[in-house]
Design a protein around this ligand. Structure first.
Ligand code: SF4
Length: 160
């Protein structure tokens, strides 16, 4: 979109947060889940958040792979709850894409951070559990359904 001063304005951005994942879905396009990337430092997160808001970006989708795993597989090390709170405090509308893992963890362990999410896309490959698991090569159907239930519980718009 072109703004009134003739510059291109960016309204919507995607941020690939994860650097690891306990699963290895066959069709996962993130090399980060196969060769772990470096951990996200809080200074990196702050710089990205500042740049997003400096550019006037009003909608950010957190995904890529599982956005929970910003700092390896231990969710307690994750910067995601911090990032959610920071973006929300700057009036950024936040979407999350997940196979279920991220939504379920936040719902159970970081309910306040979970509630600042505007909308959640849950990746389901099939309405049939067996087909979903075979396609993924990972037992994630239950996690996906649980995440949809968590969204319903707190009234977050969701789709699969
Ligand atoms: S759950 Fe998502 S990030 Fe993890 S391996 Fe599967 S597709 Fe990739």
């Amino acid at each position: 979109m072109m703004s009134t001063n003739g510059h291109m304005s960016i309204l919507n951005a995607g941020w690939t947060l994860g650097n690891d994942c306990p699963y290895r879905c066959r069709h996962c396009y993130s090399i980060m889940v196969r060769t772990k990337g470096r951990n996200l430092h809080i200074n990196d997160a702050n710089r990205i958040i500042m740049q997003l808001t400096d550019y006037g970006i009003s909608v950010v989708n957190l995904g890529g792979n599982e956005p929970l795993f910003t700092n390896g597989l231990n969710p307690r090390d994750s910067l995601l709850p911090y990032i959610l709170r920071e973006l929300h405090s700057r009036q950024v509308t936040i979407g999350v894409t997940t196979a279920g893992i991220t939504a379920n963890y936040l719902f159970e362990n970081e309910p306040e951070a979970f509630r600042v999410i505007n909308d959640i896309d849950v990746s389901l490959d099939s309405p049939f559990p067996e087909e979903h698991e075979v396609n993924r090569g990972a037992p994630l159907f239950g996690q996906g359904l649980k995440a949809l239930g968590a969204c319903q519980d707190v009234g977050i718009p969701h789709r699969s």
